[in-house]
Design a protein around this ligand. Structure first.
Ligand SMILES: Nc1ncnc2c1ncn2[C@@H]1O[C@H](COP(=O)(O)OP(=O)(O)OP(=O)(O)O)[C@@H](O)[C@H]1O
Length: 242
């Protein structure tokens, strides 16, 4: 479970360009939940993800992950407990290594079992039918953006982090690959049971895949509701119209 209480993050504190990016920010995410974060530019979405990865210092408030205060988790531990996939497919993979080497490095036991070729995640990748089945020995830099991003998702998930963050992870992909990567996202949530917080500006994705939607504006949660596709499309329309 993720618990953010009364969070304030201030950039450039005590300078003329001081900016409160999050203020009195509250969010609780249960284990296994899939939460979609939306909001206008500058609302504080990326800052929220930076709080969750431990990249920014809290000016005020507390963040607990599975009942442990992050103040007591060492940064390298947080890195292991929180996975993140960014917009740019190259950021989440090792482009100069082969698919097999990427999977070995990404696996939990990667280092110890390197020579035995043990790795996880290949079945998940194969199930997407993205043409990766027979490309274990191919260098990842030769893959398409969609293939790389699918691999980045798998690498961020196979260690089963307590939390998986997705920062506009489909924004650089063409519509076909957006669908594939979202299919994988839902599998990772449902089949691996990972808790996911996804930031997106893509309202088609919101309409098709979102369940709980949290809207952020001016550093605060302004809406938080479960999107029942048949029931409250009006609620979603109100949010997306802004
Ligand atoms: N490193 C920084 N130094 C100073 N101000 C910053 C910094 N990072 C973000 N900000 C400011 O904090 C506010 C929140 O930014 P943030 O990047 O979290 O918003 P966002 O919702 O992710 O926006 P976008 O959708 O455009 O990515 C903005 O006003 C932004 O200009």
């Amino acid at each position: 479970m993720v618990e953010l209480k009364n969070i304030r993050v201030v950039y450039n504190k005590n300078q003329v360009n001081e900016k409160k990016a999050l203020d009195k920010f509250e969010l609780i995410v249960k284990k296994g939940e899939f939460v979609t974060i939306i909001g206008p530019n500058g609302a504080g979405k990326t800052t929220l993800l930076k709080v969750l990865t431990g990249e920014v210092v809290l000016d005020q408030g507390s963040f607990t992950l599975n009942n442990k205060s992050i103040k007591r988790i060492k940064p390298y531990k947080l890195f292991r407990n929180v996975g993140i996939v960014y917009q740019e497919p190259d950021r989440g993979v090792f482009p100069d290594l082969t698919l097999e080497e990427n999977l070995i490095l990404g696996s939990k036991k990667g280092n110890r079992f390197f020579s035995f070729g043990k790795y996880e995640g290949l079945e998940l990748l194969k199930s997407l039918n993205m043409g990766l089945e027979n490309r274990l020995k191919t260098k990842v830099k030769e893959f398409s953006g969609g293939q790389k991003q699918a691999l980045a998702m798998v690498l961020a998930s196979i260690t089963k982090p307590d939390l998986l963050l997705l920062d506009e992870h489909t924004a650089a992909l063409d519509p076909k690959n957006v669908e594939k990567v979202m299919e994988l996202t839902m599998k990772i949530n449902k089949e691996l049971g990972l808790t996911i917080i996804m930031v997106t500006h893509n309202m088609k994705i919101v309409e098709k895949y979102a369940r709980r939607i949290v809207e952020i504006k001016d550093g605060k949660v302004t809406k938080d509701f479960v999107y029942e596709k048949t029931h409250n499309t009006e609620e979603l329309k109100k949010v997306t119209a802004n």
